[in-house]
Write a protein that binds this ligand. Structure first.
Ligand code: AMP
Length: 307
C-alpha cells in the first residue's frame, strides 16, 4: 500500500520538506515511486539499513538528502547475512522509531520489503565477492558477505539509485560493495560516510544496546587502543609490535580480540607499516557483544575525533 502518494508531488524546490515521507511495502509501489521521484528530482540516493536506526544511520540519510536528489532508505533485516549461530530473532527492531527518524531527516521514501519479496521461494542466485570479502569478517562469519552482496544487488535493482550510502563503520562491507559494483559494472556510485561515535569514542552500533553497564564502561578502550596504535604507526613504527601491544591492552581491559590488524584500505590485505590508504581494522568481543571498528592510518593525518 502506497501511503499518501501525493507526497511526492508537492516539493519546494527540494529545499523545504512540505510533505510526509512515503512508506512503501510492495515492489510495484516502490518502482512507481522511484520512477516518479527520479523524473521529478533528477537523481535518487539509497541508504540500505537493517533498522534500529541511530545517529550513524541518520548521518547516511542526511548525506543522501543533502546530495539534492530524492532519497530512499530501506529497512530490511537480511536473514541471508546472519550465520546459523547468529541470533536473527535477537536483532533489534523499532519500526515506528525508524520511520520517525527517517522522516525527521527529510527522507522521501522508506522501503520496507518483507522476506518473501527479497527472497522468492524458488530463487537460485546469490553473489559471492572474493578479494576484500575474504579475510577478517569473511572468515569470522562465513556467508556473511554473500548475504550482504546479494541483498545490496537486489536493493540496487529495485531502487536503481544513482548513489548508495554506506558507513565507514563497516569498512570491509563498504569495500566489498564497492568491489561488487565495479565488477558487475553497476551504474551507481558508492559513497562512504565517516563513522559517527559517542563522545567517548565508541562507534555507534545497533548492537551497543546489548552491552551491560560494566561492558559499556570498558567499550571505549577499543577506540583508545586504535587511536594510540594509529598515532604510533603514523610515526613510522613497524606494525607487528604496535598491533601486539594494542591486542594486549584490549585483552587486559576485558576484550576477547578476534583481530586487530593493519591493512591496505581497499583490498583489506595485511601490510606491515603505514602506507597511503592504510587502515586499522578491529573486531573484539565484550561478553556477548562483538564490536567492530576501524580507522585511517596515514602519515600526517591524525585519527578523527569522535563526533
Ligand atoms: P546496519 O543497519 O547495521 O546494516 O547499517 C546500515 C548502514 O549504517 C551501514 O552502511 C553501516 O555501515 C552504517 N552505520 C552503522 N553504524 C554507523 C556509524 N556509527 N556511523 C556511520 N555509519 C554507520
Amino acid at each position: 500500500m502506497l501511503i499518501r502518494p501525493e507526497g511526492m508531488l508537492h516539493r519546494d524546490g527540494g529545499l523545504t520538506k512540505l510533505c510526509p515521507m512515503l512508506v512503501i511495502r510492495t515492489l510495484p509501489d516502490l518502482r512507481a515511486a522511484c520512477a516518479a521521484l527520479r523524473a521529478a528530482r533528477g537523481s535518487l540516493g539509497l541508504v540500505p539499513t537493517m533498522g534500529a536506526l541511530h545517529r550513524g544511520h541518520r548521518a547516511l540519510v542526511r548525506a543522501a538528502v543533502s546530495a539534492g536528489g530524492a532519497s530512499v532508505a530501506s529497512i530490511f533485516v537480511n536473514p541471508l547475512q546472519f550465520g546459523p549461530n547468529e541470533d536473527l530473532s535477537r536483532y533489534p527492531r523499532d519500526e515506528p522509531g525508524d520511520l520517525a527518524a527517517l522522516e525527521a531527516e527529510g527522507c522521501d521514501v522508506a522501503w520496507l520489503p518483507d522476506v518473501a519479496t527479497m527472497y522468492p521461494a524458488d530463487e537460485a542466485t546469490s553473489i559471492t565477492v572474493a578479494g576484500p570479502a575474504e579475510r577478517w569478517e569473511g572468515e569470522a562469519r562465513p556467508g556473511h558477505f554473500r548475504g550482504v552482496a546479494t541483498v545490496c544487488a537486489k536493493l540496487f535493482g529495485q531502487v536503481r539509485p544513482d548513489a548508495a550510502y554506506f558507513g565507514e563503520k563497516d569498512w570491509q562491507q563498504l569495500q566489498t560493495v564497492k568491489r561488487m559494483v565495479a565488477d558487475l559494472l553497476l551504474p551507481l556510485e558508492i559513497a562512504g560516510i565517516e563513522t559517527v561515535r559517542e563522545p567517548d569514542g565508541l562507534a555507534l552500533s545497533s548492537r551497543n544496546r546489548f552491552l551491560t553497564v560494566a561492558e559499556r564502561d570498558q567499550a571505549p578502550l577499543l577506540y583508545a587502543a586504535m587511536t594510540a596504535a594509529a598515532r604510533t604507526l603514523t610515526d613510522g613504527g613497524a606494525a607487528d609490535p604496535i598491533l601486539a601491544e594494542a591486542r594486549e591492552r584490549l585483552t587486559a581491559g576485558g576484550f576477547a580480540v578476534d583481530y586487530f590488524a593493519l591493512v591496505d584500505g581497499p583490498s583489506l590485505t595485511p601490510i606491515d607499516a603505514a602506507t597511503p590508504g592504510a587502515r586499522l581494522i578491529a573486531a573484539a568481543r565484550l561478553g556477548s557483544v562483538r564490536l567492530l571498528d576501524n580507522m585511517a592510518v596515514q602519515a600526517g593525518v591524525l585519527p578523527s575525533s569522535p563526533r
